[in-house]
Design a protein around this ligand. Sequence first.
Ligand code: FAD
Length: 488
Amino acid sequence: MQDYLNVNSLECWHTDILVVGGALAGLAAAIGAREDDADVLLVSEGSPGHSGSTLYANAYITSCPQGQENVLAEQILWTGGYLANPELVDVLVHRTEAANKLLLKWGLGMRPIGDPDKPGGLQMDTVPGQPKGAALGRVLADQAETRGVRMHTPIAVVSLLHGPDSGICGALAVDMKAGKLVAIAAPQVILATGGGAAAFARSDNPRGTTGDGFRLALEAGAELVDMEFINFNVPPLGVDSILAAGPESIGDAGSAHYFLGGVRIDSAAQTQVPGLLAAGEVTGGVFGAARLGGSALADGLVFGLRAGQTAAAQQPARSHRAEDFAVRLAEGLASFQRGDTVTAAALDAQTAEIQNIAWKQVGFVKDAANLQAAVESLAEKHRLSGRWQAADAADLVRLQKLRSILLTALTAAQASLLREESRGNFWRSDYPQPHAADGRFNSVAQLQDGDVQVSRRLCSGQPPAEPAPMRLAPGCLRYDFSLGRSGI
Ligand SMILES: Cc1cc2nc3c(=O)[nH]c(=O)nc-3n(C[C@H](O)[C@H](O)[C@H](O)COP(=O)(O)OP(=O)(O)OC[C@H]3O[C@@H](n4cnc5c(N)ncnc54)[C@H](O)[C@@H]3O)c2cc1C
């Protein structure tokens, strides 16, 4: 056995609520949980308030004046091709205004763009010389600190500890400065690890956005919804010429931007796994097949606060059980002793290969032949990676990130293969039109005996009175829909 996996040498931390991720959704969750004085530990790979996609956001956030909630809800549902979960949309539209007021109260300047009496957006203050999301991050990190949230960084969570019936009981993480594995006992975990755009060779997200939360949730038994729906920045050619050119036309233009799909949650930000919650870009179901500009920040803020409040309200119903933790910890450590030890160089080379497959075969224009080839090669790599082990704690982070990228790309490829239509920002050159029947289901991904299974599930919303859209232009839509309609 490798030394770093010896249970006797592990440091063990305890908390009531563990938040994983130190950007918008994670900090909002930690703040929300402290409203009820719960004991909260936030761990993050990147600095709290200065990491994740949040740091690079254009700092534009959805606003919704009182009385306009139904208007905004309809805009979100329309934009997403009526595949969003209406219960989640309802939470978003009814809580976004109060959440924005909190940011203002905490000292973040924000000014309306456009008519303040209609749903639209607010432009946040920025800090000269810093990335645009720095001011938002600073305000949230200050609030979390003032409220007594314990924060440890740089810590990478590599797996969750969970039992088949008892649910979550903690996590295994790597203290990246000390190069040591750490065990964290926690009856509730909130995933706020962001999306997975760095699974693609070309992405505008920071490198750490590797879909870790997608893998952690799948491995714990949770479901991912709509993994085929991904925003890409694409060259300004128009949708029809991109579709006509086909997947082979994807060269070095464009980049992966945002995951619309992700961990399935209910309106209280809970997954189906007891004790596991999620918020922000790691989740799916809030938007469907496309989204409005500014809505990702609104989603992270609203559902972050909500996840924290839900977790705090569960205390002390979910309390720490030492016996369960000891058993799951032993299982978790054993799962890292798989077989062949891989070198850091081999892991880096494999990671680059997977990112290239994702970009070329699961990129912004897809077809069955490329998707099928991607599924076969990614599934084979997934099987192989299950037999690898890491030489030390630093390589364990590399290995687990490789597995995160693999599962992100594989679930996206399998879900894309199932959807035989084009809708929202999802484009198939072999099925260039929307299809009424396909437009009534969400894709749901799960791990069964270690393999990814993706199936169709009837979506929970009502079919639209007006015909649903459509293929939209790339990127996020404006609230007057001018961008989206021009691309139809
Ligand atoms: C260039 C760009 C511009 C954008 N502009 C806008 C905009 O103007 N308006 C808008 O609404 N949206 C915008 N978006 C999208 C929006 O910024 C993101 O969706 C949102 O910030 C995600 O917040 P999050 O907290 O969910 O995740 P992130 O901000 O990505 O944070 C994830 C956190 O989790 C940590 N983490 C990840 N994995 C682990 C792990 N295994 N263990 C521990 N910690 C981990 C990271 O270090 C980080 O702290 C933009 C995105 C980009 C890339």
